[in-house]
Design a protein around this ligand. Structure first.
Ligand SMILES: Cc1cc2nc3c(=O)[nH]c(=O)nc-3n(C[C@H](O)[C@H](O)[C@H](O)COP(=O)(O)O)c2cc1C
Length: 112
């Protein structure tokens, strides 16, 4: 198969790339907002890459309207985040935490 990324829409590129590696683990990333609220969001462009240096990476896109996601803003401000792996009982809450919640709403408290 051959793909020319520039011929595809962003949505099509997402579909192609996410079908290359299946199944993928999901990082459920928590970070701290400016008012101390705990933010949580799932990221599937994620993995552990190297032990020296120790690298655990995930990719944060912009929202469709171009806005930066809260996770990225929080990490740039604090330099900290935590990656959680969810089990089946938490899968629904993990998925729902991908909703467009305002920064003052903490997804863990809201979805618990
Ligand atoms: C299963 C799943 C995987 C996701 N993976 C990504 C990803 O790899 N990169 C990304 O930018 N958004 C991803 N999203 C969308 C974000 O979770 C979503 O934009 C979220 O609202 C970001 O929250 P924040 O603004 O609190 O950071 C994914 C959503 C779901 C449900």
């Amino acid at each position: 198969m051959e793909y020319t990324p520039s011929d595809l829409t962003q949505r099509e590129r997402y579909k192609v790339l996410t079908s290359f590696v299946l199944p993928r683990p999901i990082a459920w990333v928590t970070s701290i907002g400016p008012e101390g609220v705990v933010n949580a969001a799932p990221f599937s462009f994620f993995n552990a890459f190297c032990e020296d240096p120790p690298l655990c990476m995930f990719a944060v896109n912009r929202r469709p309207d171009g806005r930066e996601k809260d996770t990225l803003a929080n990490i740039q401000r604090t330099g900290e985040f935590v990656v959680h792996l969810t089990d089946e009982p938490l899968a629904r809450a993990m998925h729902e935490s991908s909703g467009d919640f305002p920064p003052e709403i903490g997804e863990p408290d809201y979805l618990a």
